[in-house]
Design a protein around this ligand. Structure first.
Ligand SMILES: [Zn+2]
Length: 343
């Protein structure tokens, strides 16, 4: 009978580092039973159970519940017991050194030339993106969701020393003041700030939004749970477009960038419209003057001051139309009327 047929197979397990064995097995033995007898109990643990192992024949995975005969295992063949890797795996990429613990140790050991992504993540939430100093009020956020201490950012902007990556920060308008809620007595904590509503720490493990306008920084969770268009701290109303994702993903940053460019485009359009209206107004005036000039028979050159309203001084009125006169007003770092926010 078929079921009594014996097979001689060679079983190896490079993934577990077990000694290879040559076994004579009944062809109706299921692969699961074979696994049970082949793998010593001492190897199994909470993280490594029989389900994390599977047999393969010539690279093809076999089903546990099938017998050797059903799986088409011929005599004198080699079965390989493999470790199923989380997230795919079974791709034959594992080597003899790799028990699960080896994997964990491998990832636990820091590679000196690689930046720990956790550290990068944390530093983005605890330090100024420009100066790398710990975040300390007054803080601002740029229109792409990067966090800064205000002072080094303003200084770099004034001295035109902003690195290219922050080229989108053109003026004070592009720095949104924010209020971070401190964690009381958080000297030893990895972060000093938290969501004032949920208490979630400001360390990159949770999503946060800064509200443009009032500047309060809240966890996404808080804003989701309380469906409100008013700030949960100061109750000031805000629009959807006022929500700025802090240290967002590439996609979220792309959305913020698009919004920034859109707003800049709108502003430019408005300015152009204004200038356009002004120019056409002047043009009519000029036409009027020229008409008059023709009537008078004189070729008089138009000067803005000719249309000066009564009581206006010549210089001031002319200055509306000309930029030739240099202002002797000196801009300084502490000066309130910085021309930076002009755009
Ligand atoms: Zn607020």
């Amino acid at each position: 009978m078929e079921s009594q047929k014996k097979l001689r197979v060679f079983v190896r397990s490079p993934d577990l580092g077990l000694p290879s064995r040559s076994l004579t097995l009944a062809s109706d033995l299921t692969l699961r039973r074979l696994k049970l007898s082949f793998v010593p109990q001492s190897v199994l643990s909470q993280t490594l159970n029989l389900d994390s192992l599977y047999f393969s024949l010539n690279g093809k995975p076999l089903i546990d519940s099938s017998s050797l005969a059903e799986s088409g295992v011929p005599g004198s063949s080699t079965l390989t017991l493999r470790l199923r890797l989380r997230g795919g795996g079974g791709d034959g990429g594992a080597t003899g050194a790799e028990s699960r613990d080896c994997y964990l140790n491998m990832y636990a050991t820091k590679k000196p030339d690689k930046v720990d992504p956790n550290e990068t993540r944390l530093s983005k939430w605890t330090t100024c993106a420009l100066s790398a100093e710990p975040l300390a009020p007054p803080c601002v956020i740029d229109r792409l969701g990067n966090l800064f201490n205000k002072e080094p950012l303003v200084e770099a902007l004034l001295h035109k020393k902003l690195p290219k990556e922050f080229g989108h920060i053109r003026g004070l308008k592009d720095m949104i003041p924010i209020h971070l809620s401190p964690i009381p007595g958080a000297a030893d904590s990895e972060t000093k700030f938290q969501c004032p509503i949920t208490g979630q720490e400001f360390n990159g493990k949770y999503g946060f939004l800064a509200i443009r306008g009032c500047g309060h920084v809240l966890s996404i969770k808080a804003l989701k749970e309380v469906k409100s268009s008013a700030c949960l701290v100061c109750h000031k109303e805000f629009l959807e477009a006022d929500k700025m994702v802090v240290n967002g993903s590439a996609e979220e940053v792309a959305v913020l960038r698009e919004r920034m460019e859109e707003e800049r485009g709108r502003l430019k359009e408005r300015k152009e419209k204004k200038v356009g209206a002004c120019l056409s107004g002047t043009k009519h005036a000029i036409d009027g003057i020229l008409e008059n000039g023709k009537k008078d028979g004189g070729g008089k050159r138009f000067k803005a001051v000719d249309m000066m309203p009564a009581h206006a001084t010549k210089e001031v009125y002319a200055s509306i139309f000309t930029s030739s006169k240099k202002s002797d007003f000196k801009e300084t770092f502490t000066c309130r009327s910085l021309p930076l926010g002009r755009n």
